[in-house]
Each structure stands twice: as C-alpha cells, then as structure tokens.
Design a protein around this ligand. Structure first.
Ligand code: FAD
Length: 290
C-alpha cells in the first residue's frame, strides 16, 4: 500500500520544528522512519505533515558521564551500539541495542524514536524503565524532564501531547557493585522478541545479594520494573537460588497471548530468562565488587 498524501517539512532548528507542530495538530515528528513509515504505508497513521528532525543540529550526540548516558534524538541504534563509553557507564544500553532489529534498521532507527514510539515489544523502553531513566521534552513553552513512569501510558502511547519533541533520553549509570544482563527469545534473530528480560543485580559490601530488579519485553502493555530481591536477599552469589527469583517473576507478570505466543508460554519464558540472566548479572556484579 501507499501512504495517504502528506506534506513534508524539514526544519533547520528545534524552534522551527515546534512552529510547524504548533501550527498543525495533525503534524508528526519523523526521526529514523523505521516505525512511522511502515505505519504510513499500511495506512495505520495519516499525519497531515511529517516534521523531519534530521536536519536539526545538536541532536546526534551520545554523552557518557559518571552520572549516566544522554542519547540525543538523532542517535541511531547503530551509533549507540558502537559507543564504548556509553557501554561502560550503562552496560544495558549496548546489551539491549544489540537485540534491536537488524543492522539495516539499526543504521537508521533512533533510540529516542523507539522510546517515543512506546512499543511494549521494544527493547529501549524497558531499558529506560530498568535504569530509572527519563526523557527531555521540548515544547513551545520550554523544556521539561519526564520520568519513564509518567511517559508510558499504553501500547504505542505516551503522555506527550500537543507540539512536543523529545530531544534526548537519559539513562542513569550502573550503580557500583552491580551487574546487568539482557536476553530475549525471538523466532528469528532480529525479529521483535516473543519475550525478553533485562536485569540488574546489586551486591552489598559482603558480596551478598542486596537488590534484584527486572524488566520484560513483549510482556504487559507498558514497561514495568519488578523487584525480585525477596527471593534471594542476603544470599552469596554462588548460593542464590535464581530459579526462585524466576518463579517469583512468573507470579508478578501479566502477559497477553497473541499469534506469536500464548500468555502461558510468555510467563514460562519470563521464569527461564530471569533465572538465566540473573546468574550472568550476579557474576558481573561480583567482578565489579572489589
Ligand atoms: P520513527 O519511525 O521516525 O518514529 C516513530 C514514532 O515516534 C512516530 O510516532 C514519531 O512521531 C515518534 N518520534 C520519533 N522521534 C521522536 C522525537 N524525537 N520526539 C517525539 N516523537 C518522536 N524496534 C525494536 O525496539 N526492537 C526490534 O526488534 C525491532 N525490530 C524491527 C524490525 C523491523 C522490520 C522494523 C521495520 C522495525 C523494527 N523496530 C524494532 C523498530 C525500530 O527500532 C525503530 O527504529 C524505532 O522503533 C523507531 O525509531 P525511529 O527513529 O525509526 O522513529
């Protein structure tokens, strides 16, 4: 199919982009186009104007500091995947991004676009949640920071309304004595995950488990973070029963079934992936604990 007719604007500044978005309620931001253009082609979306961000300067940087990683709106998945400083500060970024689609899509699609698209099958929405991240939103009235809990309101739906552009996403740094892991099951490599899991394990000064958090992909309508600490709290890494944490996770999630997998199968995968990833993350946490 072909898209319904639309106008195209290629602003040279954020203000210009916001002017077009303010003038037309039906205008929509275009970043990498890897989700929006298929929606247009299938006539599931019909914006009056596409406001292409690609010529707006200053949106294509990854800044990694001791506090975290700030990813600009035009940073492609492939760029973030290659950024070794970002991977050092928050290892979940590279681990999750490696699972986003195929190289051709990663070359064009953006991390921030993924977040703005708010697909519960997307990896980066879950990573934003798991790292307790936020986005910076520019509107004609100024800029504001929106935390992940306030951002995601439903599948493919964010709380952003009116003329607004997400200018960056911020992922806080991995805390000390912590390790991460990420894994997913998909029908073919690069496909959207049938189920995925990202986890963070934090140890105390005695190298015992102090905190365990997990977030799942293609499970639930919006990203959620589950606290699994009670299943393994106070255990040494080699004595922790990760299967118990997996069993707890299965009771906390509420997956839907669809043509790709039943709800029961997804729940089973949550348990398996949790057990697997926690063992890996705990080993990394141990390595990072002096
Ligand atoms: P666009 O397609 O340009 O925009 C998507 C939506 O976000 C639009 O509504 C747009 O208006 C809005 N938007 C984008 N940027 C901003 C902004 N800065 N401010 C406000 N709104 C904005 N993704 C995954 O996560 N995992 C996968 O496994 C995966 N597999 C894929 C497989 C295929 C075959 C395809 C075609 C895509 C796949 N994707 C997958 C989607 C891909 O990751 C997209 O890049 C991403 O979802 C959207 O980023 P984009 O830059 O292309 O955004």
């Amino acid at each position: 199919m072909k898209p319904a007719p639309f106008r195209y604007a290629d602003p040279r500044s954020l203000d210009e982009a916001l002017d077009v978005l303010s003038a037309e309620a039906g205008a929509k931001v275009l970043a990498g186009g890897q989700s929006l253009l298929p929606l247009l082609a299938m006539r599931l979306a019909a914006p009056s104007t596409l406001v292409d961000l690609n010529r707006v300067p200053g949106l294509d940087a990854v800044e990694a500091t001791g506090d975290g990683v700030r990813v600009g709106a035009l940073v492609r998945h492939a760029h973030l995947l290659r950024d070794t400083a970002a991977a050092r500060v928050q290892p979940l970024l590279a681990r999750a991004t490696a699972n986003v689609a195929h190289p051709a899509i990663r070359n064009r699609g953006t991390t921030v676009g993924s977040i703005a698209h708010a697909d519960p099958s997307g990896e980066m929405t879950s990573v934003l949640a798991l790292t307790d991240g936020s986005v910076t939103v520019a509107t004609p009235g100024g800029r504001e920071t929106v935390g992940w809990r306030d951002l995601f309101v439903g599948p493919l739906e964010t709380s952003l309304s009116g003329p607004s552009v997400v200018v960056d996403a911020f992922f806080p740094a991995l805390a000390e004595r912590s390790g991460t892991a990420f894994a997913e099951i998909s029908r073919r490599k690069g496909d959207y995950a049938v189920c995925g899991a990202g986890v963070v394990v934090t140890l105390d000064g005695d190298r015992r488990v102090a905190a365990v958090r997990a977030s799942y992909i293609s499970v639930g309508l919006v990203p959620e973070v589950h606290d699994l600490t009670e299943a393994v709290a106070g255990k040494p890494v080699d004595g922790a029963d990760w299967a118990a944490a997996g069993a707890l996770a299965r009771t906390l999630v509420d997956p839907d079934g669809d043509i790709h997998a039943s709800a029961d199968y997804r729940r089973l995968l949550v348990g398996v992936l949790t057990e697997r990833t926690l063992a890996e993350a705990a080993a990394e946490a141990l390595e990072r604990t002096a």
